[in-house]
Design a protein around this ligand. Structure first.
Ligand code: MN
Length: 452
């Protein structure tokens, strides 16, 4: 299979496999679209062809749940599920420079509008207490004002007016750029890209260092340079195959209220004063498709999980080379719980793996280490390992008062305990027979249908 390089190609592919369902019924962008999407979470991708908000109807289709299983992510990358993390790490270590093309060959330039109106886009309200309509699948492109190196990242964006968005900027790369610009009282130019293929979405979540263009990771994952095109009103390059581009700038010295917003831990992030984006232009295809990510669904969680897991696997392997794989489980909102499988050779290795995982990111809260015979992507098997291979007084340890994640409501404004659980079989018991798993001869070869 050649790699999918636009969201249209991706929709075509999953439609052929009956994973994409088209909905022609009129659906309310206020909660209803989000509710239907949530019901289909992990089961289907959806395309809503007729939506409305108050008395305004939209003909721009809205898509959601585009890659909400690990199988789909593996399919998008064209590797096996086991190889996803290795492949993502490889791409991160071996980026390819993107290519800039002429705008006459860029579908995203079919319509150019210098009088942008966000109310012309089918932007939903997702959760009950959300402060308003939110763009949730917009890849924001900006440049470091000092080095001009590009950065891409996804931010929650609240519609404040027809050409104004409130933005949450966590203290990472974009935060740093805006800080530099604002200190000089200059706007920070940005472009927001909506409607891209799974590879570009995944690459946007990479945990790359500062001044590392994440578009290069996407290019490696495609096996060829990503095609970019110059924006109309800002000095930024954007993917030519995207559906919709919003151009504008984050304004210096301006703050407006943004939030609350239903976030990935399944609680609301608070309302507070945030920076504001003013839009100058919108460009799009002549028949654009709008993508929304419903917060806290598997699409949202897994997009963040894969790049984080790839990063943790590298770091844990540095400490425990016989580490097999890492899973940020969905029950742990793909952020707080790391499950690690190792091919244990020495006692003590599970604890070293736990230290490495805990130090990889402030987000990691609980780490569970299991033997390689346990399927870490199967929550029932992981619980079984804890139930039968762990004694709390010697296998569990707690580190009080470390830095955690502020969105975890049980933390004291981010101060959080950390816990490690060693659920591996003691090496001394390995061959004793105590831990011999029960087995029915022939079970694996049997296909149930042959007996019905
Ligand atoms: Mn970055």
């Amino acid at each position: 299979m050649s790699k999918v390089k636009s969201v249209r190609q991706w929709l075509e592919l999953i439609k052929k496999e009956n994973y994409l369902i088209e909905i022609n019924k009129k659906v309310n962008l206020r909660y209803e679209l989000s509710a239907v999407g949530k019901k289909a979470d992990g089961k289907y991708a959806l395309q809503f062809n007729n939506t409305f908000f108050d008395d305004k109807e939209f003909k721009i289709p809205v898509i959601t749940n585009l890659l909400n299983t690990r199988q789909l992510i593996a399919k998008a990358l064209d590797v096996s599920i086991e190889d996803v993390l290795k492949y993502f790490s490889y791409a991160q270590l071996n980026p390819i420079e993107p290519r800039i093309i002429d705008k006459k060959n860029a579908p995203v330039k079919e319509i150019i509008n210098l009088n942008p109106n966000l109310y012309d886009l089918p932007i939903p309200i997702h959760h009950e207490k959300d402060g308003g309509r939110y763009i949730t699948a917009g890849i924001l492109v900006a440049k470091n004002p000092r080095t001009q190196v590009r950065n891409i990242s996804i931010h929650r964006l609240q519609v404040l007016d027809k050409n104004k968005l409130g933005i949450l900027i966590l203290p990472r790369h974009l935060f740093h750029f805006f800080d530099i610009a604002e200190k000089e009282n200059k706007p920070l130019e940005i472009a927001i890209v909506i409607g891209v293929d799974p590879i570009l979405l995944l690459a946007s979540q990479a945990l790359a260092p500062l001044d590392f263009d994440e578009f290069g990771i996407a290019s490696r994952l495609y096996d060829e340079p990503l095609e970019l095109v110059k924006a109309e009103t800002v000095d930024i390059e954007v993917p030519s195959q995207a559906e919709i581009i919003l151009e504008g700038a984050i304004l210096p010295g301006v703050r407006e209220f943004e939030g609350p917003f239903g976030e990935y831990p399944k609680y609301y992030g608070p309302r507070s004063l945030k920076p504001v984006i003013e839009l100058k232009a919108i460009t799009m295809r002549s028949n654009p498709i709008y993508h929304t990510i419903i917060p806290a669904t598997k699409e949202h969680l897994l997009l963040g999980a894969i790049p984080r897991e790839a990063n943790i696997l590298q770091l844990v392997k540095n400490s425990v080379p016989n580490t097999v794989s890492v899973c940020l489980s969905e029950g742990g909102v793909c952020r707080y719980h790391a499950i690690i499988s190792i091919d244990k050779k020495n006692e003590g290795e599970p604890k070293n793996a736990i230290f490495a995982a805990l130090s990889s990111s402030h987000e990691i809260k609980h780490v569970i280490v299991v033997d390689k015979d346990v399927d870490i992507f199967n929550a029932e098997e992981v619980e079984w390992a804890i139930a039968t291979r762990c004694q709390a007084s010697k296998d569990i340890f707690i580190v009080p008062n470390a830095l955690g994640n502020k969105l975890d409501p049980s933390s004291a404004n981010g101060i959080s305990d950390k816990m490690g659980i060693d659920a591996t079989i003691p090496l001394v018991d390995g061959n004793s027979g105590k831990y011999e798993k029960i087995k029915i001869p022939g079970e694996e070869e049997i296909s149930l249908e042959d007996y019905f």
